[in-house]
Design a protein around this ligand. Structure first.
Ligand code: ADP
Length: 332
C-alpha cells in the first residue's frame, strides 16, 4: 500500500529560461518530482512575469516556456498530480504582490545581495520590477499557502525574505492568513558548472542541457575542469575537489565511484577516461528522459493544454486566498 500523502501545499517557480540544465534538475526539478508522491498538492509555475525584470526582448518567452514545460513533463512532473502553469495566467498574483509591497521595507529590498548582483549585471536597466522581484516571489508562494518550497540554495535569501514578509503582513493585520514556508533543498543544492568553480548557469554558459544530444553532452563533459592541481596525467589527483567526481557520485555505480576514488588518487586513471565514464553514464541516465521529451514534442498543443488547465486550477486556489487576504486587511 502506498503511504498517505501529507497535507499542505508545495510550490515552486522558475523563470522561463528554456531548456533546463543539470543544475536546475539536480537542484530543483528532482524535488519537484519527488514531492508529488509526498504531498497532496504540488504547484509548479513558470514565472514569466518575473522574467520581464531582466529580459531585453520577449521574442523568446513563448518558446522558452514551451521548452521548459517539455523538460518538466519529461522529467516526471505529472499534470494529474500537480498544477503546472504559467504565472501570468493567474493575475491574482499581481494583486497580492501589491498588498505585500505595503509591508515590505524598501531598504531591505535594495540591500539584498541578489538585487545588488542584478544591478551589477544590468546597470542600464534597474527597473522597479527588479527591486520588487522578491515581493513577487513571496506573492507566488503565499498565494497558494505553500508550506514547502523546493529550490536551489541560491534562492535561500529570497525564501527567508518571504518568511519575513509573511510575518510583517500577519503582524500588521493581526491575522494568520499567510503561511511561512520552509525551503527544501536537494542533496546537491548548488551544482557547479563545467568550469568547476561557479554555479551552473545558462548565463555563464557553463551548463549541460538535459535535452542535448549524446554527442553534445559528451563534448561538454570533456570540457569539464577537474582537480586544478593535477596538471599532468602522471600527477595523482584529489577527487574531493573535483566536480566530475561529484557527478560520478550521482550518475555512476558504487563500484565505479570506488574505483575512481582509488585510482585517481594514485594516477591510475586519467581525467579523460574518468570523464568518458561519466559522459556515458549521464547519457544512459538521460536516455529515457530524452525519449519522453521527443514524444511530448510531437504534440505541442497538448503541452500548452497542460499549462492552461493547470492555470485554471491554480486560479481557483488563488482567488480563495486573495479573498481571505482582503478580508484580513479590512478592505470594503
Ligand atoms: P530562477 O532564477 O527563476 O529560479 P533558474 O533557472 O535560475 O531560475 O533556477 C530555477 C531553479 O533551479 C531554482 O530553484 C534554482 O535554485 C535552481 N538552480 C538553478 N541553477 C542551479 C544550480 N547550479 N544548482 C542548484 N540549483 C540550481
Amino acid at each position: 500500500m502506498t503511504p498517505a500523502k501529507k497535507k499542505g501545499r508545495v510550490f515552486s517557480g522558475a523563470r522561463p529560461t528554456g531548456r533546463q540544465h543539470l543544475g536546475n534538475y539536480l537542484g530543483a526539478i528532482k524535488n519537484y518530482v519527488a514531492l508529488q508522491d509526498e504531498y497532496e498538492d504540488t504547484i509548479y509555475c513558470i514565472v514569466d512575469i518575473h522574467a520581464l525584470t531582466t529580459v531585453e526582448t520577449t521574442k523568446e518567452i513563448r518558446q522558452n516556456t514551451y521548452e521548459m514545460a517539455l523538460d518538466w513533463l519529461a522529467a516526471g512532473m505529472r499534470p494529474e498530480d500537480s498544477m503546472i502553469f504559467v504565472q501570468s495566467h493567474v493575475p491574482e498574483v499581481l494583486e497580492l504582490h501589491t498588498f505585500l509591497s505595503m509591508v515590505t521595507p524598501l531598504g531591505k529590498l535594495t540591500d539584498l545581495p541578489t538585487f545588488k548582483e542584478k544591478i551589477r549585471h544590468q546597470p542600464h536597466n534597474i527597473n522597479y520590477g527588479l527591486v520588487g522581484y522578491p515581493v513577487l516571489m513571496a506573492a507566488d508562494i503565499t498565494l497558494y499557502k505553500a508550506i514547502v518550497v523546493p529550490v536551489g540554495i541560491d534562492q535561500a535569501p529570497h525564501l527567508e525574505f518571504t518568511r519575513e514578509i509573511v510575518r510583517s503582513f500577519n503582524y500588521r493585520y493581526k491575522t494568520d492568513v499567510l503561511i511561512e514556508p520552509q525551503m527544501k533543498g536537494t542533496k546537491i543544492p548548488k551544482v557547479l558548472g563545467i568550469d568547476g568553480e561557479n554555479k551552473m548557469s545558462k548565463s555563464l554558459n557553463n551548463h549541460i542541457e538535459l535535452a542535448s544530444s549524446p554527442d553534445e553532452t559528451t563534448k561538454r563533459v570533456m570540457q569539464m575542469v577537474t582537480d586544478p592541481q593535477r596538471a599532468r596525467r602522471a600527477d595523482p589527483g584529489n577527487p574531493d575537489v573535483c566536480n566530475v567526481f561529484t557527478m560520478h557520485k550521482i550518475f555512476s555505480s558504487d563500484e565505479e565511484v570506488e574505483m575512481i576514488n582509488t585510482e585517481c588518487r594514485r594516477a591510475g586513471i586519467g581525467c579523460v577516461d574518468c570523464k568518458k565514464i561519466f559522459a556515458k553514464n549521464l547519457n544512459d541516465d538521460l536516455a529515457p528522459f530524452r525519449e519522453r521529451r521527443a514524444k511530448l514534442d510531437e504534440e505541442p498543443a497538448e503541452v500548452w493544454d497542460v499549462l492552461i488547465d493547470g492555470g485554471k486550477r491554480a486560479r481557483e486556489v488563488a482567488k480563495q486566498t486573495l479573498s481571505e487576504v482582503k478580508d484580513a486587511i479590512g478592505l470594503p
